[in-house]
Design a protein around this ligand. Structure first.
Ligand SMILES: Cc1cc2nc3c(=O)[nH]c(=O)nc-3n(C[C@H](O)[C@H](O)[C@H](O)COP(=O)(O)OP(=O)(O)OC[C@H]3O[C@@H](n4cnc5c(N)ncnc54)[C@H](O)[C@@H]3O)c2cc1C
Length: 376
């Protein structure tokens, strides 16, 4: 008998959708509410490392992910010179195991659609454009009021509602999310034939310029600069700013720049970070994914950590006979240190660049690869 019969998952991102799939597959009654109106509203492109792919395989969606994404096993390092000279080609660690690619680019809306479809297929009830407006718990359950006026009672509520988690606020959990000091321009567009893997250009007028293929026909490109207030720019000005910054970068960037024509596919956001101290639950409500820990995407591990939180939480909720503090302690014991190690490493990489310091990146990447190669 699982420790729970009914679970509300708040948020349909990686953490929420994966939790819903694992629990519904195990026979738990799952409701998932996502505040956005549909899956197409769920972002641009994402790089999934091997350990994220391993989790996607356990969710039963590997075939669809493989068909929709673009796999690669090497990351290129290029110079910010007039030719975009390749200065290194670094084999990526296969953290998901030898039978999975080291990394894969995916359009985020496509990944979201695959996961939400799978959640529905295995029996989770998914509602878009909905959130909770009140949570109240007693010793036996959590009473929830939804924004459409409906109500429900659940054994557990999972707050997987991202970095600004509404559920975290509803619990009164005080967590400072701080800016790392960098901002990132991202654009989604067509993939030129010359782009077959992620290439990173360090230095030049920006900290990093890079791109990642996300499918046969698509990629996302990005440029990381000092965090600044870009909110007054119109979409057209945002596009022009990103194009202007990209002019220092060549090789495939020369082709990518020409295809950056759609202002609606450009976005700007700051790198932010936080890690919630243990425990991650308050009574029967638990926070996972970015709601509990978030980091700059300098090693592209945030998505993997969110998927790992989901599998560990679901495993404990399904396999433990009772929902008690032992269960919650076991959850954070397995997740807190691992997620914090990843967040700290991601922040350190950003800080080295902000300080213009040549840190020991290879050794850090080796130790993160060792950690993430181990099952969650
Ligand atoms: C610029 C940038 C680039 C990144 N690139 C990568 C990358 O390449 N690879 C990688 O692994 N990670 C990357 N990350 C990190 C990654 O995006 C996150 O770690 C991951 O998405 C976390 O998943 P999540 O499900 O916890 O949160 P989210 O993906 O944020 O999902 C939360 C969901 O909850 C919904 N929601 C919010 N509030 C409510 C509410 N009140 N009610 C209901 N639903 C709600 C949101 O709409 C959203 O769908 C990047 C992050 C940033 C900022």
């Amino acid at each position: 008998m699982p420790a729970v019969n009914s679970v509300l998952v708040v948020g349909g991102g990686l953490a929420g959708a994966a939790t819903a799939i694992h629990l519904a597959q195990a026979g738990v009654a799952v409701d998932l509410v996502e505040i956005k109106p549909d899956v197409a509203a769920l972002g641009s492109g994402i790089t999934l490392q091997g350990n994220a792919l391993r989790e996607l395989r356990t969710l039963g969606v590997w075939d669809q992910v493989q068909a929709a994404g673009y796999a690669f096993d090497v990351t290129g390092i290029r110079a910010p010179d007039p030719h975009g000279t390749v200065v290194a080609e670094i084999p990526d660690a296969k953290t998901g195991g030898p039978d999975l690619p080291a990394a894969m680019g995916m359009p985020r809306p496509e990944l979201a659609r695959i996961l939400v479809d799978r959640a529905t297929e295995v029996g989770a009830k998914v509602r878009f454009g909905t959130t909770h407006t009140a949570l109240g718990q007693d010793a036996d359950g959590v009473d929830v009021t939804f924004s459409d006026g409906s109500t429900g009672r659940y054994d557990v509520v999972v707050g997987a509602d991202g970095v600004r988690s509404w559920t975290r606020r509803a619990l009164g959990v005080d967590l400072e999310t701080r800016s790392v000091g960098m901002g990132i321009w991202r654009a989604f567009g067509p993939r030129p034939a010359s782009v077959t893997r992620t290439d990173l250009y360090y230095g030049g007028p920006s900290y990093i310029a890079g791109y990642c293929p996300t499918g046969e026909d698509s990629l996302y490109a990005y440029i990381v600069e000092d965090a600044q207030d870009r909110s007054a720019l119109t979409p057209e000005e945002q596009l022009a700013t990103m194009k202007e910054l990209s002019r220092a970068y060549h090789g495939p960037w020369d082709e990518i720049r020409e295809t950056l024509t759609d202002p609606s596919r450009v976005n700007y956001t700051w790198f932010e970070t936080h890690v919630l101290d243990e425990p991650w639950n308050r009574g029967r409500v638990v926070l996972i994914g970015d709601a509990a820990h978030t980091c700059p995407p300098t090693i592209a591990q945030g998505g993997a950590m969110a998927l790992e939180d989901a599998v560990v939480l679901a495993e404990l909720l399904v396999e433990r006979p009772a929902l008690d503090q032992d269960l919650w302690d076991a959850f954070t014991a397995r997740r807190h240190r691992r997620a914090k190690t990843v967040v700290d490493a991601s922040n350190q990489l950003a800080q080295w660049q902000l300080d213009h310091v040549q840190g020991d990146i290879p050794s850090m990447m080796r130790s993160i690869a060792q950690l993430t190669s181990q099952p969650a």
